[in-house]
Design a protein around this ligand. Structure first.
Ligand SMILES: *[C@@H]1O[C@H](CO)[C@@H](O)[C@H](O)[C@H]1NC(C)=O
Ligand SMILES: *[C@@H]1O[C@H](CO)[C@@H](O)[C@H](O)[C@H]1NC(C)=O
Ligand SMILES: *[C@@H]1O[C@H](CO)[C@@H](O)[C@H](O)[C@H]1NC(C)=O
Ligand SMILES: *[C@@H]1O[C@H](CO)[C@@H](O)[C@H](O)[C@H]1NC(C)=O
Ligand SMILES: *[C@@H]1O[C@H](CO)[C@@H](O)[C@H](O)[C@H]1NC(C)=O
Ligand SMILES: *[C@@H]1O[C@H](CO)[C@@H](O)[C@H](O)[C@H]1NC(C)=O
Ligand SMILES: *[C@@H]1O[C@H](CO)[C@@H](O)[C@H](O)[C@H]1NC(C)=O
Ligand SMILES: *[C@@H]1O[C@H](CO)[C@@H](O)[C@H](O)[C@H]1NC(C)=O
Ligand SMILES: *[C@@H]1O[C@H](CO)[C@@H](O)[C@H](O)[C@H]1NC(C)=O
Ligand SMILES: *[C@@H]1O[C@H](CO)[C@@H](O)[C@H](O)[C@H]1NC(C)=O
Ligand SMILES: *[C@@H]1O[C@H](CO)[C@@H](O)[C@H](O)[C@H]1NC(C)=O
Length: 764
């Protein structure tokens, strides 16, 4: 999930590449025909099964063990019960049907199934849904020859490692079929992802955003499959029913798990025969034999590689006149009275030259040489100037980044005086030269190191992973956003460093880990009481409310999630990671942006419209609230289909009156019931599909504040409060209010000022 769950950018309608025709092969292919010309099988061994030719070192399960390598993946089981017989890898129960085996390319084509996820008006149609997987241990899926493809208009599909170590995929959303066009997979209605190296197996998983409910009339199903690049062309009608039923996948095979050098040490087991060359498999696990140039055949058989008679086929030699075949190669001959290499002039040879024209050739050759020399000098000179210019530009760019930042910082606030500019040397020293042991976190935008400044202050230093313009902008954005925020529940920016090739940000160090960790780590979550959860929620809501309303320019965080909420030693919430945040000028209430955020927390309305408003943070915060209530992750593939998205799962449980079945055990007790219900109702309102129906962050913060006050003073328990009543209640009991103000953020207190000013000032 890492790749997806990280700061995923789901581009609304993904753009993709041209798909050309791949051949769907039924009989022996072109390659096989070439190979078939030579004997590819050991004498006395079965050489085919149905349409499949079985070349050594592959062999049929019913022939002698000498006919093949003694590894399951090299065994071909031939099922005679059908006509034509069907070959399977190893045994029938593997259910992996072999289509082709290529020796020269070391490839194996297998038949794989297509996954589908279908809906009707009543929801998921389990009978017509199918999520295929591939299970074979030995041969990696070719990363260059295959693609992962998904088709649908409310579709998110994943290629998942069966051991759960990683997963990746793509998404496609469209609201009508008129925006979709047939042809290459363009990203609209059809999207693709590349296959990484060293993947062997997969489980395909398909997911919809709204059960296809908005697209049911033209797209009831999502499809996903791994297949040869170019084998599939998208067609609009595929949205109603996919017409691609023969997907094939290419596996790379190699011998054993040693390199050529290691394997050559044991001459009895080494498989490459004479006239062959050994190459290591891509990742050094296993080796491949190939016939030397000028030879062809099966490099694994004794005398398998035999000489090609290049002279027999004019296309295979470059001779102008006469060709003479020799072992492994050929030579060209010129008739008497001619000299030269005899190779065709067009193919880079000299051809056969009459002796008389010798001098002429030398003169012409000399002149051409001089012209070429002059040109090269010219090129070198201009190349040099160009490089110099590029270097100069790079230098300018760096200066500009720094200047831009300084200018921005100066223009803005006096608070920026607290942002210190560190030198590169200082930070290198503080982090032991960015030692690996100092890494405390790795986020979407960079690595965070723990550093020790000379004055013994512990700091967190964030370093960008890549040097590219957009990342530098993110960093400068973060400095600008943070320099405007003065709130004790926000991780404080101490300074930055612009001297290095990647900008570095220096923060105060918050030492108790993320809320995500505290909620989802079973050892820690049991220590997180209801009161603490409520306080953390209230503090976080306070920060967001402050960002939305009080900060000089409203700020939308855009990536509210439990892993961006840090906790200090007292379990005080500290919101972090403003890399994606946006400042919203006061005269604009919504902003059109590239959709950015984290799956599971992402506001569906923003996702569909790209219109960013403060209510997107409200939605994400709602998910965090549910996380605090249930102790479940926002998105998890370990849960059944309908429970994967925590928000959906929570809402349906609430609807079916099953709230207390999903509430975390540590907090479900008699005393809390009423408050838990209140918070659940608040979360439900935050998770409304329509942004305008959600409460503002300020309302959320006030409500949580009220609940928190009750949690401390059980005597108000059970009273049904709404925010207005709460305030009036508080007016009568100033001490209660003050008590809660003290534990909340200063930023939140600020944002409350206008509402309860008299109290606030009298309290100070
Ligand atoms: C895919 O489209 C290309 C042209 O866009 C066409 O040449 C080819 O035949 C098509 N391939 C398949 C498998 O339909
Ligand atoms: C399949 O048929 C071939 C001959 O057609 C025979 O040699 C082989 O033993 C049969 N294999 C099985 C598994 O029945
Ligand atoms: C691939 O498998 C499917 C279903 O198992 C089958 O219908 C199809 O004929 C197979 N394709 C080939 C080329 O054998
Ligand atoms: C799915 O198939 C089973 C058995 O084949 C049947 O009992 C059930 O009614 C079907 N469900 C739907 C939704 O069609
Ligand atoms: C992948 O699928 C297999 C069976 O199809 C299942 O046993 C395994 O648990 C799945 N892996 C994950 C990570 O879901
Ligand atoms: C688009 O969808 C409509 C139904 O909404 C359907 O009638 C039409 O055939 C579809 N167009 C194509 C090209 O499939
Ligand atoms: C695949 O689909 C095509 C057209 O949709 C059909 O003609 C063909 O018989 C199908 N092949 C298999 C093996 O199902
Ligand atoms: C290599 O393969 C052999 C069996 O062929 C196996 O016993 C051994 O553990 C493998 N070694 C590695 C490093 O995978
Ligand atoms: C060489 O390979 C053979 C056959 O696999 C094996 O029996 C033998 O033990 C190997 N010798 C060494 C030195 O590894
Ligand atoms: C063997 O193949 C490698 C890589 O393809 C090549 O660099 C090397 O020159 C080849 N050796 C011979 C003897 O052909
Ligand atoms: C290479 O592939 C093997 C499996 O054949 C895999 O276990 C290993 O992790 C890969 N090695 C590297 C260095 O990627």
């Amino acid at each position: 999930m890492k790749r997806v769950e990280g700061r995923t950018m789901v581009i609304h309608e993904l753009l993709l590449k041209v798909v050309l025709l791949g051949t769907i092969i039924l009989g022996p292919s072109h390659n096989q025909i070439a190979e078939a010309a030579d004997s590819m099988t050991k004498a006395g061994c079965r050489s085919s099964c149905g349409n499949l030719l079985i070349p050594y070192p592959f062999g049929s399960s019913d022939s002698d063990p000498q006919c093949r390598i003694d590894r399951p993946s090299f065994i071909v089981y031939c099922d005679n019960s059908t006509s034509p017989p069907i070959p399977y890898m190893w045994k029938k129960s593997s259910n992996i049907e072999i289509l082709d085996i290529f020796v020269k390319d070391h490839e194996l084509r297998i038949n794989v199934s297509i996954g589908q996820d279908c809906y009707d008006s009543s929801g998921l149609d389990e009978n017509s849904s199918y999520y295929p997987s591939l299970h074979q241990p030995e041969f990696p899926i070719s990363s260059t020859k295959n693609k992962f493809t998904a088709v649908g208009c409310d579709t998110m599909a994943f290629f998942r490692d069966p051991r759960g170590k990683f997963s990746f995929g793509c998404a496609s959303l469209c609201s009508t079929n008129s925006t979709v066009s047939s042809g290459p997979c363009s990203g609209i209605g059809c999207c693709q992802a590349s296959i990484p190296r060293d993947t062997f197996n997969y489980n395909i998983s398909i997911w919809s955003f709204s059960y296809h409910s908005n697209v049911l009339d033209f797209n009831p199903c999502s499809y996903a499959f791994v297949a040869e690049t170019d084998a599939y062309n998208f067609s609009v009608s595929d949205l109603s029913r996919l017409k691609f039923n023969e997907s094939a996948l290419v596996l790379d095979w190699a011998i054993g798990n040693q390199t050529c050098e290691e394997a050559q040490k044991n001459s009895t087991s080494y498989m490459c025969t004479e006239n062959t060359n050994c190459t290591n498999a891509e990742n050094g696990s296993g080796y491949k034999c190939n016939c030397l140039e000028g030879y062809r055949g099966n490099p694994y058989l004794t005398n398998g590689c035999h000489d090609i008679d290049e002279c027999a086929d004019p296309k295979m030699n470059k001779c102008e006149r006469k060709c003479h075949n020799i072992e492994g190669s050929y030579t060209c001959l010129c008739p008497k009275g001619y000299y030269g290499d005899g190779k065709k002039v067009g193919g880079g040879g000299q051809g056969c030259i009459a002796k008389s024209s010798h001098l002429m050739k030398i003169l012409v050759g000399g002149a051409v040489g001089i012209i070429v020399l002059l040109f090269s000098i010219g090129f070198l000179y201009f190349g040099y100037k160009e490089r110099k210019l590029i270097r100069l530009k790079e230098q300018y760019f760096k200066q500009n980044g720094g200047l831009l930042l300084q200018q921005q910082l100066h223009e803005r606030d006096r608070t920026t005086k607290t942002v210190k500019i560190f030198s590169a040397q200082e930070l290198e020293k503080a982090t032991d030269n960015y030692d690996k042991s100092r890494i405390v976190g790795q986020g979407g935008y960079g690595t965070v190191y723990k550093g020790l400044l000379p004055n013994n202050m512990v700091v967190a230093i964030k370093k960008s992973k890549l040097v590219d313009q957009s990342q530098i902008e993110q960093f400068i954005n973060e400095v600008i956003v943070l320099s405007q925020i003065n709130n004790r529940n926000v991780v404080k920016l101490l300074g930055c460093c612009l001297e290095t090739d990647v900008p570095l940000l220096v923060y105060e160090f918050v030492d108790n880990g993320t809320l995500f960790d505290h909620v989802h780590n079973p050892n820690k979550s049991s220590k997180l009481s209801w009161e603490m959860r409520l306080r953390i929620a209230s503090e976080t809501a306070g920060v967001l409310s402050y960002l939305h309303s009080t900060a000089s320019t409203p700020i939308i965080h855009r990536d509210v999630k439990s892993s961006n909420i840090l906790l200090d030693a007292n379990y005080t919430a500290r919101v972090s990671d403003f890399g994606a945040s946006r400042l919203v000028p006061l005269d604009q209430t919504q902003l059109s942006t590239m959709v950015q955020g984290t799956l599971g927390y992402l506001d569906p309305e923003y996702f569909h419209t790209s219109q960013l408003t403060e209510k997107s943070d409200v939605y994400s915060f709602g998910v965090v609230l549910v996380e605090l209530l249930t102790g479940k992750k926002a998105l998890s593939f370990d849960r059944p289909e309908e429970e994967r998205s925590l928000a959906k799962y929570f809402l349906s449980s609430l609807k079916n009156d099953k709230l207390f079945q999903i509430v975390e055990e540590v907090i479900a007790n008699e005393e809390n019931n009423e408050q838990v219900r209140e918070v659940a109702n608040l979360a439900k309102r935050c998770l409304k599909i329509k942004g305008e129906e959600r409460p503002t962050m300020k309302e959320v913060a006030m409500e949580l504040e009220g609940l928190k006050a009750m949690a401390k003073h059980p005597w108000v328990n059970g009273i049904d409060v709404n925010p207005e009543e709460m305030v009036s209640l508080l007016e009568e009991k100033p001490d209660v209010y003050m008590d809660s103000i003290v534990t909340t953020s200063t930023g939140y207190a600020d944002s409350m000022k206008s509402h309860v000013m008299p109290l606030d000032s009298s309290g100070r």
